[in-house]
Design a protein. Structure first.
Length: 215
């Protein structure tokens, strides 16, 4: 069962911690309803990276492991998270890697996020100057001028504050909350070949948080 992030997608100052069971894949016992295992694909989600599609179940032949009863969760951030669906163990390993931190007052992000070792991402992740258009020198120069006003960064680049000290307009989130394998791009699988087919949308979001008025 895939889950969404807790309420208030882009600011987590009111919900400290990783947000247990938020933006997670949860396996339940169909007879008792009890939780068998869970895995959180995003800690303390401030990117609206809810798991957008029903997970795919396949029996796949993995070298060194034999036939594995697997489950695969595609995500907006361009990952496929693959697990043994009976135990919840990652099939090809998982790494907690450091990610950018927030400059928003009151916000405390997780210092790391889970990156699957395999398969490779199916979408571009992050945005840098090297990714900008270069069809002509003039277009390249114009792109650099425009993007100088924005905070470019890797995957899990967080929203910036309205009073950003560098004067940036917004932070680039690539893929954004409308990118990757979103709700309208569900995956399909061929059980005879073990192939998983994913459609993806290359789309960034531009995020800035502004203090709200007290009610």
């Amino acid at each position: 069962m895939p889950t969404n992030p807790p309420t208030i997608d882009y600011y987590g100052g009111f919900r400290p911690g990783d947000g247990l069971f938020g933006t997670s894949l949860i396996a339940l016992d169909t007879e008792t309803g009890e939780r068998r295992w869970h895995f959180q694909t995003v800690h303390h989600d401030v990117w609206n990276y809810d798991n957008p599609a029903v997970p795919i179940q396949l029996d796949i032949n993995v070298p060194g492991q034999g036939v594995v009863p697997s489950v695969h969760q595609v995500t907006k951030q361009g990952f496929v998270y693959s697990f043994n669906r009976m135990t919840g163990e990652p099939i090809w390993g998982m790494e907690e890697r450091p990610v950018p931190q927030s400059n928003v007052p009151g916000e405390k992000l997780s210092p790391t996020q889970p990156f699957p070792v395999k398969p490779a991402p199916f979408e571009m992740q992050g945005l840098s100057e090297e990714d900008l258009i270069d069809y002509t020198p003039q277009l390249r120069r114009q792109a650099l001028e425009v993007m100088a006003n924005y905070d470019l960064g890797p995957l899990f680049n967080p929203p910036i504050h309205d009073t950003d000290p560098d004067g940036k307009i917004a932070a680039a989130m690539c893929p954004g909350d409308g990118g990757g394998a979103n709700i309208n791009n569900p995956p399909v699988a061929d059980p005879t070949t073990g192939f998983l087919y994913v459609t993806s949308r290359k789309a960034c979001s531009w995020q800035r948080v502004i203090p709200g008025e007290e009610a």
